[in-house]
Design a protein around this ligand. Structure first.
Ligand code: AQP
Length: 332
């Protein structure tokens, strides 16, 4: 079976609708046909200032949410990145193959470091995409299901894999991104041209999977639309309405033209109410299952230990080859 790898950061108290539609929902589907590895990327989470107790708690919440969303430990491997030390080891090797200029072109670093001031940003934030390349190459992944914001990092991953293969011999599979056009960029409800984001959206702009139904409804009802009344998809002139249409379409499986026809002549009120209900319906079972999973920490940790064991077995094989190819002396 072809291999798939993807990860998500435990940098917030909940995943949001963008993470769910852009990534996690695809992960659930792909566990059926791929040899799938999904990780909570805690090494990535420390590239920005963090609180240790909070990171530990959020890592469990993240893992529980993945299982609650439908990842089945019998059908895929769910693990925590720091449980497999080979991620950091391969990242070091790839760091040494990456040019400063090449790393400096990554737009996510530019965006994220602009917030704190570039000189205050950590070197870890700068080399974040190289660690991500290591995550993917380590598992010889064929496909990487992500949102559109990760396209550039996937290109870097392929470049680094190819460079290693050319210099040291065929070692890595070059991965393809798996991006669903319709949900590749879910936008902020208050700023519908910006992506919905854990770190940069305002609380009003973001729909969290673990949020109370009442809050979700309020946020959808207050979502920025425009001064018109027509429910039509039009990225240029109606980015807010278009985002809501995409959300409703993705969560119900109804094509956007059918939704446009359904709300013709009705204004935004009914439409928004329906979108809110669809979101609440999608999130409620995930929230309830997450709460149950978190109530039994020992069981959750046991499942993650099994995941780490399986992931580690694959990672160790790749890393042994890398060490040999790069010229490290074997330990006697
Ligand atoms: N708005 C989005 N639309 C579609 N996909 C999205 N993803 C994130 N936001 C959207 C996808 O979710 C996966 C996990 O994301 P991440 O945890 O690695 O962090 P991120 O991409 O940086 O997402 P955030 O929410 O904006 O987090 P912060 O603010 O912490 O950086 C990825 O596949 C991503 O593409």
């Amino acid at each position: 079976r072809p291999r798939v790898l993807s990860g998500i950061q435990p940098t917030a108290d909940s995943f949001h609708l963008g993470n769910y539609l852009g990534a996690v929902r695809q992960w659930v589907t792909m566990q059926e046909t791929y040899d799938a590895f999904y990780c909570v990327v805690d090494l990535h989470a420390i590239t920005v200032p963090h609180d240790p107790a909070e990171l530990r708690r959020r890592s469990r919440v993240a893992a529980a949410q993945l299982l609650a969303a439908g990842l089945d430990p019998e059908r895929c491997t769910v693990f925590v990145q720091s449980h497999v030390p080979e991620h950091a080891e391969l990242a070091w090797v790839l760091n040494c193959l990456t040019g400063m200029g090449e790393a400096g072109r990554m737009t996510q670093f530019k965006d994220k470091s602009a917030k704190q001031g570039e000189s205050a940003a950590s070197v870890g934030l700068f080399t974040y995409p190289i660690l991500q390349a290591a995550d993917i190459l380590l598992y010889q992944a064929d496909r990487v299901p992500v949102g559109a914001d990760q396209k550039q990092h996937l290109e870097l991953t392929r470049d680094l894999g190819q460079r290693f293969n050319h210099r040291f011999g065929e070692t890595f599979t070059l991965p393809q991104p798996h991006i669903l056009k319709e949900v590749e960029k879910i936008t902020d409800l208050q700023d519908p041209t910006a992506k919905m984001s854990k770190s940069s959206s305002s609380p009003q702009g973001i729909l969290d999977v673990l949020e109370a139904p009442g809050t979700l409804r309020k946020k959808v009802m207050r979502a920025v639309t425009d001064t018109g009344t027509e429910v039509l998809a039009d990225d240029e002139n109606k980015p807010g309405v278009t985002n809501l249409l995409r959300i409703q379409s993705a969560l119900t499986g109804t094509p956007i033209p059918d939704l446009e026809a359904r709300y013709a002549g009705q204004g935004y009120g009914t439409f928004k109410k329906d979108v809110a209900e669809v979101v609440v319906e999608a999130f409620t079972p995930i929230r309830e299952r997450t709460e149950k999973l978190l109530a039994n920490e020992a069981e959750l940790d046991r499942l993650l230990a099994i995941g780490a064991e399986r992931a580690g077995a694959v990672a160790r094989v790749t890393m042994a080859t890398v060490r040999d190819r790069i010229g490290f002396l074997p330990r006697a």
